[in-house]
Design a binder for this molecule. Structure first.
Ligand code: SAM
Length: 253
């Protein structure tokens, strides 16, 4: 165990994750660009194109953070669908991250039209969300930080309307061994050092790398989604950038 957090008990994970994101909140966007060379923007664009939300859709964006998914969803509704009814509700466990998200939409037309909302909450217990109430559920780079991903997916199933769609964008497994070796170098050498250099916070970025390695691989996660009641199409996921990240999706029928 070369990283201290490996010994952190499960129950403490929520507290740990809260600390990590509070400490990175204000530099979060800059760091995303630095560590992924800007590629996270393309992944998120592709995620929304894959979602292809219908006009008027209600999206619940869980672990919404600084609002990258919410922003892209509303942009898509405006520009592709020419729609002015669709709305998104962002949930995040961390008030500091959610505040960054709120600031991003401050003064926006979407806020004035009450088409964007924010709630601090845990993805595992969305008590404040009614059953069968959203058309689409999204969680981007959030579920691996949750203590019980299976509970997160079950909550998603509960809050989606029949016919609704669960969509997850998350780091996954690079399968090609040569690329996997290069990716490991990036993870263990480049990312913690970048975290240190840009954010002065090596430990948080070591945590991020560790959380990626511990999250179940593509097929295992697809099974968790089916176990929660969702119907998947084909294998249930699409790999992006050699499996660095994957989009998992399922329908509530
Ligand atoms: N979705 C945004 C994006 O793609 O840029 C933010 C991703 S950020 C890497 C992960 C977010 O998950 C953080 O804002 C963190 O506070 C949130 N988070 C972690 N655990 C959570 C939980 N149990 N419930 C809700 N949000 C959680």
């Amino acid at each position: 165990t070369h990283f201290g957090f490996k010994t952190v008990p499960e129950a403490a994970k929520e507290t740990l994750v809260r600390g990590v994101f509070s400490s990175v909140a204000s530099r979060y966007d800059v760091m995303n660009d630095a560590m992924s060379l800007g590629i996270h923007r393309l992944w998120k664009d592709h995620f929304i194109r894959t979602m292809a939300p219908a006009p008027g859709a209600r999206l619940l964006d869980v672990a919404g953070g600084t609002g990258d998914i919410a922003q892209r969803f509303l942009d898509y509704q405006d520009t592709v669908n020419g729609d002015s009814q669709a709305s998104v509700h962002m949930v995040d466990i961390n008030p500091d991250m959610l505040r960054e998200g709120e600031q991003r939409f401050a003064g926006s037309r979407w806020l004035q039209q009450e088409r964007i909302g924010f709630t601090v909450g845990n993805a595992e217990r969305l008590d404040f969300v009614e059953d069968n109430s959203f058309d689409v559920y999204s969680i981007a780079f959030g579920i691996r930080n949750c203590t019980h991903p299976d509970r997160v997916v079950r909550e998603a199933f509960r809050v989606l309307k029949p016919g609704g769609r669960f969509m997850c964008l998350e780091f996954s497994r690079v399968t090609n061994p040569l690329l996997a070796a290069a990716y490991d170098l990036h993870s263990f050498y480049v990312i913690p050092r970048l975290g240190e250099a840009i954010a002065g916070d090596r430990a948080s970025y070591e945590y991020l790398v560790e959380s990626i390695r511990r999250f179940p691989p593509q097929d295992e996660f697809a099974q968790i989604i089916r176990d929660a009641g969702f119907t998947t199409i084909g294998c249930g996921y699409e790999n992006l950038t050699f499996g660095t990240v994957a989009i998992h999706s399922g329908y509530k029928f």
